[in-house]
Design a protein around this ligand. Structure first.
Ligand SMILES: *Cc1c(COP(=O)(O)O)cnc(C)c1O
Ligand code: SF4
Length: 335
């Protein structure tokens, strides 16, 4: 059931939007009235091409090269540099793979990689080097069998890439199947689409999510208050009216959101759209992303300021992931 006050989009809108996304740095720079930078060629992308939906680019300020949204998605010559300690799989995700596209690191919850695709390519992405070819959707049946057999699981996290990039029909198959396993109490969707392509919130999607037996938690990914506007507001309102839980996780990124002002604005803006903060991730040491890196001490100092300036419920947990640990480590409590 689509709630009476929700206003989802028609299915073709997000598909069309995606087809029109910027796929070259010079297109994006030119749309923002910025001079072309010939050095931003395919060689610096390191196999991770440029992809930016126009609805996301529309929230960048024209003429501002240091815009925090632009910085997240525009390739940077710094990606070329190899830095010691920055590797392609610091989280050892490949070792934690149960079967094909099912990754389990923590008790009770497993993460299902549904699709390699994303609607945006974030330059700091921790899965930018993930060998998706070895984790093909063809192995979905195996993953489903493993989930069905493992009654110690109470939650499955749909991840990717971005699970909402799947067409509604494919997503419906996966979610209905998972919802039929009685031991799963919660289904979680990790997605950036409500932020970068809010038109993805279609009537069919609301209908699907609103009719599940399991509780549905949607964890979005917004890093900056400027990413939130009337369009994201409409998407979140529709999701909330459908009765879902909405949380936000962000990554602490140098030059994007590593100031107290940026964090206070982000947490206030997401809350105003009905989304509570969940995690603020310290960046992982991923090859090609050192220009975004913020170290743990700086992260803790910023987090202490956030605790002083924000109500407790608007302070996300500051976390980092260490391969082999039983959970994501909360690093906020130290002084
Ligand atoms: C982050 C993550 C989870 C979820 O952890 P929570 O602390 O419950 O949010 C689950 N599985 C994997 C592999 C993860 O990386
Ligand atoms: S949306 Fe998430 S998975 Fe996709 S590129 Fe951005 S950070 Fe990576």
């Amino acid at each position: 059931m689509v709630p009476p006050n929700a206003s989802p989009w028609e299915s073709r809108v997000w598909r069309d939007e995606l087809a029109r996304a910027y796929r070259k740095p010079e297109e994006l720079l030119s749309a923002l009235d910025l001079p072309c930078e010939p050095e931003l060629d395919a060689s610096i992308e390191r196999g991770f091409s440029t992809l930016v939906p126009r609805t996301f680019a529309a929230k960048m300020r024209p003429g501002v090269r240091a815009d925090p949204l632009l910085r997240q998605v525009l390739p940077d010559v710094a990606e070329r540099a190899d830095k010691q300690g920055f590797t392609t799989d610091p989280l050892a995700e490949q070792a934690a793979t149960v079967t094909g596209n099912l990754v389990q690191k923590y008790d009770g919850r497993a993460l299902l990689i549904t699709t390699p695709g994303c609607a945006v390519h974030c330059r700091y992405c921790f899965r930018r080097h993930f060998p998706y070819d070895e984790h093909r959707p063809g192995t979905l049946d195996l993953a489903m069998a493993a989930i069905e057999a493992d009654v110690s699981l109470s939650e499955v996290i749909l991840s990717g890439g971005d699970p909402l990039l799947l067409p509604d029909d494919a997503l419906t198959k996966i979610i209905r199947r998972l919802d039929s396993f009685p031991h799963l109490r919660r289904l979680r969707i990790h997605t950036r689409l409500p932020i970068v392509l809010p038109q993805r919130i279609t009537a069919q999607l609301l209908d699907l999510l609103g009719s599940c037996r399991a509780d549905i938690v949607v964890v979005v990914h917004s890093n900056h208050a400027q990413e939130l506007d009337d369009v994201t507001q409409r998407a979140f309102a529709a999701l909330r009216q459908t009765g879902l839980w909405l949380l936000n996780q962000s990554v602490l990124l140098r030059g994007v959101n590593d100031t107290i002002e940026a964090q206070v604005d982000l947490q206030s803006a997401t809350f105003a759209q009905g989304v509570l903060p969940y995690y603020l991730h310290l960046p992982d040491p991923i090859a090609g992303t050192h220009h975004f890196f913020v170290d743990e001490q700086a992260g803790q100092a910023l987090h202490r300021e956030m605790q002083a300036k924000l109500p407790g419920y608007l302070v996300p947990r500051l976390v980092k992931e260490i391969a082999g640990e039983p959970n994501k480590l909360i690093v906020s409590s130290k002084d």
